[in-house]
Design a binder for this molecule. Structure first.
Ligand code: LLP
Length: 424
């Protein structure tokens, strides 16, 4: 991320002191750097341009679905990859037109398919034979033609965390390669659908080009085999998954990725699409928290006002996120190991284990780094903790883009049975 430590202003994101944001809006607070997101998008786009590969980028809304973020990527020219009608409507709300949206996911309900088709969605990636039939039925009933791609499960190990790998035979995702040709031919004959091509997505936080190479080779082979069998294949959607550097590991280089894509798809004659999320948004975000207290209990615990309900990744995947104090003065004290935790009543409510950190007095603030993707979107209100505010930094200024949730709104919509209203 574009973070810098200044002697006076402390930690700054894109030149804006994070302390100024916390002073104004309190903590915990999400902060997103618009310049970083634009720079990430440009790096990816330019990597493909340098390889002479025309690539259609569909931002994976699930990574960070804030309207301001969707709007930013739309301005850069991105379409969207969605996995629910809620995400589809968010994308629409941010001005992304339906034809630039691709709809993925193993379980799209009839109501969702109907809404997407009525709106004129660009492409639906079907993940099973059953779903192809379902899409055909819904589209026929509506009198429209659904543009579909078949998501092939290439049975490739993405070498990532077990909870975020999706392209192995045992995963719930996609259609086994052996079933594709039959299903493709069947879909080509079904009413209400037009099979445009093949889609793939093998996992997330992938740090080497190797699994991509293997998977895309299989995809390209499939395209050739289908054509030999007389099918028309126009589209190859290569999914997302590009990993970023959280600790000291280097992220996947967009240039190396684009080179693999060119190598494998050279001369294939398909319209290429991709669905990156984390690569674009992850490094652009930080979560700011304040130290409530430091507790000594055999070891040092730094207790923050941010918790696992805000940022789930460490609890869920044992993910590592950098933690930086906002004040330059904090660095004057010696580093010693500390567990950084939240106030939630779960041992899993821990952001870091034995992390080398300076003395962090109550009221000191810290930034949890690289939390622009799969941060706020995965948050909950567990322990009746309202959702934090969010702030966008852009061109040297900042603005509130999400108000901190009112505590009262936590019980909005809840009904207490009483004498006038009882279960019946
Ligand atoms: N396309 C499909 C079909 C996907 O399932 C995903 C992510 C993406 C694209 C975007 O992948 P990305 O480029 O962001 O890696 N919550 C987890 C990550 C789950 C990813 C799910 N699918 C985490 O915090 O690491």
């Amino acid at each position: 991320p574009q973070l810098e430590m200044h002697a006076q202003d402390g930690l700054c994101l894109e030149g804006v002191p994070l302390n100024a944001i916390a002073d104004k809006y309190g903590t915990p607070v999400w902060v997103y750097g618009a310049g970083t997101m634009r720079a990430r998008y440009a790096a990816l786009r330019d990597a493909f341009a340098a390889e002479n590969v025309p690539m259609h980028i569909h931002y994976a809304v699930k990574a960070n679905d804030h309207l301001a973020v969707l709007n930013l990527f739309r301005e850069q020219g991105a379409g969207a990859d969605v996995v629910s009608i809620g995400e589809f409507l968010r994308a629409a709300q941010a001005g992304i037109v339906a034809k630039d949206v691709v709809y993925s996911g193993v379980g799209k309900s009839e109501a969702e398919l109907e809404a997407a088709l009525c709106a004129g969605i660009g492409q639906i990636n079907a993940e099973s034979a059953e779903e192809v039939e379902m899409i055909s039925a819904v589209a026929s009933r509506l009198g429209v033609v659904a543009n579909i791609a078949l998501r092939m499960n290439p049975d490739v190990d993405a070498g990532t965390h077990a909870k975020i790998t999706t392209g192995l035979a045992g995963n719930k995702f996609g259609i086994a390669a052996v079933d594709i040709s039959y299903l493709y031919a069947r879909a080509a004959k079904l009413p209400g659908v037009r099979v445009a091509g093949i889609a793939m997505h093998i996992g997330s936080q992938i740090l080497s080009t190797e699994p991509y190479h293997l998977a895309y080779e299989k995809g390209a082979e499939m395209v050739r085999a289908l054509r030999e069998a007389g099918q028309s294949v126009e589209v190859l959607d290569i999914g997302g998954g590009l990993g970023i550097g959280y600790q000291d590991e280097p992220g996947l280089s967009p240039n190396a990725f684009a080179a693999v894509v060119r190598q494998v798809t050279n001369g294939l004659g398909v319209r290429l699409m991709m669905e990156p999320g984390r690569y674009l948004a992850g490094p652009a975000g930080v979560l700011l928290g304040s130290v409530i207290l430091q507790k000594q209990a055999g070891k040092r615990f730094v207790v923050l006002d941010a918790a696992m309900n805000d940022l789930m990744r460490p609890a869920m995947y044992e993910a590592w996120h950098g933690i930086l104090p906002l004040d330059a003065t904090a660095y004057r004290s010696a580093l010693s190991p500390a567990d950084v935790v939240g106030p939630i009543c779960e041992s899993a409510d821990q952001f870091a284990n034995d992390r080398a950190l300076p003395d962090l007095k109550p009221g000191t603030r810290v930034a949890l780094l690289d939390t622009g993707a799969y941060g706020a979107v995965m948050s909950s209100t567990y322990n009746a903790r309202p959702r934090p505010a969010a702030v966008l930094v852009d061109k040297g200024g900042f603005m509130l883009i999400t108000k901190r949730q009112d505590i009262q709104s936590l019980w909005d919509g809840e009904i207490v049975p009483g004498p006038d209203q009882a279960p019946s």
